[in-house]
Design a protein around this ligand. Structure first.
Ligand SMILES: C[S@@+](CC[C@H](N)C(=O)[O-])C[C@H]1O[C@@H](n2cnc3c(N)ncnc32)[C@H](O)[C@@H]1O
Length: 252
């Protein structure tokens, strides 16, 4: 639902600004100053996103969307450009378009917390591994782990591959759909996805992983399933909460 909320937020910013601007321009009989209006919509979007406690990247998007739109309209852009931009965005954000799983990244701090959780020699899979933001620091913290990442958006996969090659990190880096990837060989699975796939992921995990193995989900709990442990971040940020689930003996 996040994208709908963001759309509503941006629309609210535009509505507020335009409904205030309309009487002003009407009464004074002046032409609409779209540059100022775009900046005002950006500012209002930023305030609304802040009040709605949106993550920082959404605040930036809300602040820049209308001003950039105005800016782009000042040029006679070639008609192929929007198509090119669309393809570029799709190559980056395939997960958001197909499965409501956008690209945002775990940081070094999360890698440190995961490193402290896993027994020696564990085999861990990051489903939807992005650009390797979790696995690269984890490989540095814990060289004993056997790490695999699977990602299906082409550009993040390519960037991740490049980073792994440059750092010569011992990470198996796969390009593919994690829904089609068998999970039986892993002791632990890490995911940082969205609320949308969590229920289906639990079905897949309980059907394929061995009892006693671990599912670690950052930020998004599995609806209707009690985690074995919940680890909150030191600063209490809910986006950094880790939900730990032990795969049960009975199959779901
Ligand atoms: C929120 S990002 C997390 C990236 C990384 N795990 C991290 O923590 O930094 C989720 C990633 O999952 C990828 N993704 C979404 N659906 C996928 C699928 N079915 N198979 C593989 N990757 C997928 C997206 O392209 C995106 O890069």
């Amino acid at each position: 639902m996040t994208h709908q909320r963001q759309l509503a937020l941006q629309a609210a910013a535009a509505l507020i600004v335009l409904s205030l601007a309309w009487p002003y321009h009407y009464l004074r009989d002046t032409p609409w100053d779209w540059q100022t209006l775009a900046l005002a919509i950006g500012g209002t979007g930023l305030v609304l996103a802040h009040l709605a406690r949106q993550p920082w990247w959404w605040r930036v998007i809300h602040a820049l969307f209308a001003p950039l739109l105005w800016f782009a309209l000042q040029f006679e852009l070639p008609p192929a450009l929007p198509l090119f931009l669309f393809i570029l965005l799709f190559l980056f954000f395939r997960g958001a378009a197909n499965g409501q799983i956008p690209l945002y990244l775990s940081g070094q701090a999360t890698a440190g917390r995961i490193a402290a959780l896993l027994p020696p020699g564990s085999r861990l899979l990051d489903v939807g591994a992005g650009i390797g933001s979790l696995l690269l620091p984890l490989a540095r913290h814990r060289p004993d782990l056997h790490l695999t990442g699977i990602e299906y958006a082409p550009l993040p996969w390519l960037i991740g591959k490049g980073r792994i090659l440059i750092r010569r990190a011992p990470i198996a880096w796969r390009w593919g759909d994690f829904w089609a990837h068998p999970l039986g060989e892993y002791d632990a699975l890490y995911c940082f996805l969205s609320p949308a796939p969590m229920e289906n992921l639990w079905h897949k995990v309980t059907a394929e992983m061995r009892p006693g193995s671990l599912l670690i989900s950052k930020a998004f709990p599995i609806p209707g399933v009690s985690p074995e442990t919940v680890r909150e971040a030191a600063d209490g940020n809910p986006d950094d909460t880790l939900y730990l689930y032990r795969i049960p003996r009975e199959r779901a």
